[in-house]
Design a protein around this ligand. Structure first.
Ligand code: SAH
Ligand code: SF4
Length: 447
């Protein structure tokens, strides 16, 4: 039987889908080319905003209409619970984010005649966390995601993630190291470590249990993990996401300083630049503390790339609060940013507050921040013209097949022309002199 997985949402969902893919292949299923030749289609859902949930649930509805065996997995399942079968009465199965390891067994049960199977779970550690499709990332490249921290204990006022992904759990460092070693043996060169607040790795539960103190003197679990992973032959780059300013410690900077394999990029969601809104959100930092964390990274390396997430239209967000966000973004000099319009999520603290910023005003604030980022991205990238950057080649550029594309250590996309008759290799290190800059892309030529 052939299966297909459609994935919505964040990188953690991408990673969970990959693990399910690997588990299904191991169980004897075959990956389908497209929807037409798939017998089983699984939709991995997101629920972080209302629209995201609607998209995934709508997709599952269409597949049911097309008479495929249809399963829904991921965050929206955990949020809806039993309700999922009221929304989708003909859905075959639904599995929460901490139960995806059960999918092969569930498919057996369905083929034996069971229907409407629901497994939501709470804080389980899914089996198959370390299962990867043969080629690392599904695209068949040299990059792979590795989930190191499950769940989230931060409980920001607006966020449904802790309700659906459960409590924090740090996978044992030993397990993570073994997983990355296995990936390296299969040709993976770049890993991206995942966690909602990944710098809290080893905080709620010990990750280095039984391993004794670190010989290099690291006392914090995450920097120590980074340093250990850098020792693995074949691994050339290590990324991780997402970060919280409280995790930007001296030990983290020490790893940056001593380990060139650790990429010079941090995704550091700020959400707002207004101290009043930050306090209401329960983000546990002030504007000044956030900016101090950014400064720490840029003091170490002025080209250090910092990207962020921002919410516009949080309940009670005034024009003044919004302007504080604008000015913070300018001061932080973000290399890129993702702006989200506030969406109340059932059961969260902020859902009890009136969603009082009108949709049109949210839209306007979104557009203003996007325009600011375009200009800022252009300015930041202009400063890199003339520099030489090293990228790992990812493949032909989507827009123009005569061009290749790759990323530098700062996660900046760089494209370059490939002369006719010349060949590039996926995953190869390429040195490029930057000749032109756009807000989100650099253009280079080989040196
Ligand atoms: N764990 C990550 C964020 C995960 S959710 C972190 O805290 O760093 C990804 C982004 O979605 C968040 O950073 C936030 O900007 C946005 N988001 C979360 N809940 C939202 C909501 N209710 N409405 C709008 N945007 C939201
Ligand atoms: Fe949500 Fe906050 Fe946890 Fe991120 S840190 S997943 S925004 S609760």
């Amino acid at each position: 039987m052939k299966f297909l997985i459609h994935t919505y949402g964040c990188q953690m969902n991408v990673r969970d889908s990959e693990a399910v893919e690997a588990l299904l292949v191991a169980a004897g299923y075959e990956k389908a080319e497209g929807e037409e030749d798939a017998d089983i289609v699984i939709v991995n859902s997101c629920t972080v905003r209302q629209k995201a949930e609607e998209k995934a649930v709508g997709k599952a509805g269409n597949l049911i209409a097309a008479k495929k065996i249809t399963g829904l997995m991921g965050c929206a399942v955990k949020r809806m619970g039993e309700d999922v079968f009221r929304r989708l009465p003909k859905l075959d199965f639904a599995v929460g984010p901490r139960r995806f390891g059960l999918i092969p067994r569930i498919l057996e049960r369905i083929r034996a005649g069971e229907s409407r199977i629901l497994e939501t779970g709470d804080d389980e550690v899914p089996s198959g966390m370390d299962a990867h499709p043969d080629s690392g990332k599904s695209a068949g490249s040299f990059q792979a995601f590795v989930t190191v921290l499950l769940g989230c204990d931060n409980r920001c006022s607006y966020c449904i993630v802790p309700d659906v992904r459960g409590h924090e759990y740090s996978r044992p460092a030993r397990e993570v190291v073994a997983e990355v070693r296995a990936l390296a043996a299969h040709g993976v060169k770049e890993v991206c470590l995942l966690g909602q607040s990944v710098l809290r790795y080893g905080v709620r539960n010990a990750a280095w249990e039984g391993e004794g103190p670190d010989p290099d003197g690291y006392t914090e679990a995450f920097p120590r993990l980074l340093k250990e992973l850098c020792k693995i032959d074949g691994i050339e780059r290590i990324r991780f996401t997402s970060a919280h300013p409280r995790g930007c410690t001296d030990e983290l900077v020490r790893v940056y300083r001593t380990e060139p394999k650790v990429c010079r990029h941090l995704h550091l969601p700020v959400q707002s630049g207004s101290d009043r809104v930050l306090a209401e959100m329960g983000r546990r930092y002030t504007r000044a503390e956030y900016l101090a964390a950014v400064r720490k990274l840029r003091d170490f390396d002025p080209e250090f790339a910092v990207t962020t997430d921002v919410i516009v239209g949080y309940p009670g967000e005034t024009e003044e609060d919004f302007e504080a966000t604008r000015s913070l973004m300018e001061e932080a000099g973000f290399d890129n940013s993702f702006v989200f319009k506030y969406s109340p999520r059932p059961g969260t603290r902020s859902a009890k507050l009136p969603d009082d910023v009108p949709t049109a005003e949210k839209e306007r604030r979104d557009q203003v921040l996007l325009a600011d980022q375009e200009a800022r991205g252009q300015r930041r990238n202009d400063r890199l013209v003339g520099t030489v950057r090293e990228v790992l080649a990812e493949g032909p550029s989507k827009r123009n097949a005569a061009r290749w594309s790759g990323r530098d250590s700062g996660n900046r996309i760089v494209v370059w022309d490939v002369a006719e008759g010349c060949r590039e290799t996926v995953g190869a290190r390429v040195k490029l002199r930057i000749t032109a800059a756009h807000p989100q892309i650099l253009v280079g030529e080989k040196v």
